[in-house]
Design a protein around this ligand. Sequence first.
Ligand code: DX5
Ligand code: ZN
Length: 216
Amino acid sequence: MKHLIAPSLLAGDFLHLQDEIEMINNSEADWLHLDIMDGVFVPNISFGFPVLNDIRKVCKKPMDVHLMIVEPQKFIKEVADTGAYMMNVHYEACTHLHRTVTAIKEAGMKAGVTLNPHTPVCLLEDILYDVDMVLLMTVNPGFGGQKFIEHSVEKTARLKDMIERKGLHTLIEVDGGVNMETGKRLLSAGADILVTGSFVFKSPDPYQTIRELKEL
Ligand code: DX5
Ligand code: ZN
């Protein structure tokens, strides 16, 4: 599969969200990545469901929702109602991850499980059969524009190996500090989807930047 690009709106201009989303609609981006933070699971607060519901009215690309919140299982219906394509919950935030993943799929969405940088991929051994995507955090979640954590490349390769050994087709998404250089190495290690915030939205020509990321 040719890799996908999922720009993260967190780095966009919140005063002109409609313009940012129309840019994504008209670009070669595959998905729109949306970061929800609660100030508890991560030390920052971003935006919530009222904003997602308005984004949905304009966004023509599949919405990839990344919940950095405690007890994400409480909000499966709210996320499904926004029309989200993918709902990502953190491994570290779910006591009954299998139940949560099952409920996400029953609500009509794809289920993604996200790992913080310190959480080893071996912990996915038993849940991997039930998830559509694993989202590997390549920075500590909570903020855009942070420095890429180097060992994420080797971690991506280890996850890819685990997926192949099981004969699965689980997607691997990577998120944080992704640019042309780190993106290339992550793709070689087995990543399928690159999330990019600042690198796309702060670039002089986001259309061109997305095009170049697609060509990696
Ligand atoms: C961080 C978020 C990311 C963030 C990435 O907690 O999950 O999606 O927007 O931003 P960059 O690409 O700037 O590191
Ligand atoms: Zn994210």
